[in-house]
Design a protein around this ligand. Structure first.
Ligand SMILES: C[S@@+](CC[C@H](N)C(=O)[O-])C[C@H]1O[C@@H](n2cnc3c(N)ncnc32)[C@H](O)[C@@H]1O
Length: 333
């Protein structure tokens, strides 16, 4: 974690001041530290350069831990490994291709990983979907490009948006997710690609962040809000920490779509996957916001994995539907 962040970090639970016991550092980074809240004794850490500011109060459904288990699963099932890794890429279905990419990436073969991701993405998403989603990123990049401030990206996952921002913008970037597993993977490839210099990695739950009030002038997320289960006061928490812009690429489901609706409800995602509900949260939290660059596109579920039987990349949609993609542009300055 880069040191400039120390002055804007506080206890995610009670907002108390933090006491830093740094045991390994370089000129601009902290590699290892134990961190204690001086008010509630909450305990956090920096491990291998990654700040971990998770609390025990919020339940976490960390799907990346399962992806981490894939390598182990293949080791225990050499036949499966052969069927996934040793066959021509184009004989696999899109979900298996995607997970083959994950394995290549975890083994440090970024070129093979990118080839697998690219062919899988082409099969999973229509050209119209790709165009529509890419245009949201273009819009976001254009909005962000007007400022040199550090950018905090929420729910960064595998860094789809972060990769674009690193390519197109000079800003410092804080990559965040509530999954330490995905951040460990991100750190590895960022280093391998020579992209780590401008990046800090922080694990925290977006509903309970470790940032001081008004400490962030640029907050972004790409398909982040739509994945935050049981969001509760999420938009209020984000309003608390931002003094500037929040730019969120989001997608919305039609409210009368029963099959997808059942999965949305079951996953605690209704407040973030339906337009009216999410916008009401923005409004109630005090954001001044606009919906920009909206486009409606047909989305089809990808057929589940065959080699990795039943595996999925996206939990939704489970049934073909029309999604509205857009950029939510919030300000509270
Ligand atoms: C679809 S991915 C986001 C894609 C990513 N932003 C990109 O540009 O490629 C959703 C991410 O949200 C993370 N997530 C889900 N709930 C979260 C929460 N409450 N706080 C922080 N991250 C969360 C998941 O771990 C996952 O990595």
């Amino acid at each position: 974690m880069q040191k400039y962040l120390i002055e804007i970090l506080e206890c995610p639970k009670c907002h108390g001041k933090l006491d830093w016991n740094i045991t390994d550092q370089t000129t601009d980074r902290i590699e290892t530290a134990q961190i204690l809240c001086t008010h509630c004794s909450g305990s956090y850490s920096i491990q291998d350069g990654i700040g971990v500011f998770l609390t025990t109060d919020l339940k976490r459904n960390d799907l990346w831990e399962q992806v981490d288990g894939l390598e182990q699963h293949l080791k225990q099932n050499p036949g499966l490994e052969e069927r996934l890794m040793d066959v021509p890429l184009d004989t696999l279905g899109p979900v298996d291709q995607h997970y083959r990419g994950v394995v290549h990436e975890s083994r440090g073969d970024i070129e093979a990983a990118n080839a697998a991701y690219s062919i899988s993405k082409k099969a999973m998403y229509s050209a119209d979907t790709t165009r529509c989603v890419d245009s949201q990123m273009d819009y976001l990049i254009n909005e962000v490009s007007q400022s040199n401030s550090p950018i905090v990206d929420l729910a960064s996952g595998e860094c789809g948006l972060v990769r674009r921002m690193l390519k197109d913008l000079p800003n410092l970037i804080v990559v965040t997710d509530f999954s330490p597993s995905v951040l460990v993977r991100n750190r590895k490839w960022l280093m391998e690609q020579g992209l780590y210099d401008r990046v800090s990695l922080l694990a925290f739950d977006a509903r309970q962040t470790p940032f001081a009030a008004d400490s962030i002038s640029l907050l972004t997320t790409h398909a982040g809000l739509n994945n935050i289960q049981n969001p509760g006061k999420l938009l209020e928490e984000l309003y608390r920490i931002v003094n500037g812009k929040f730019i969120a690429v989001s997608s919305f489901y039609p409210e009368d779509d029963k099959e997808n609706g059942a999965v949305i409800e079951e996953g605690g995602l209704a407040e973030v996957c339906y337009r009216d509900k999410l916008l009401e949260h923005f409004h109630n939290a005090g954001w001044v916001f606009e919906v920009k660059n909206s486009c409606s596109i047909k989305a089809n579920p990808a057929p589940p994995g065959v080699v990795l039987e039943g595996a999925r990349v996206d939990g939704l949609p489970v049934q073909s539907t029309y999604l509205e993609w857009c950029v939510l542009l919030g300000t509270n300055a």
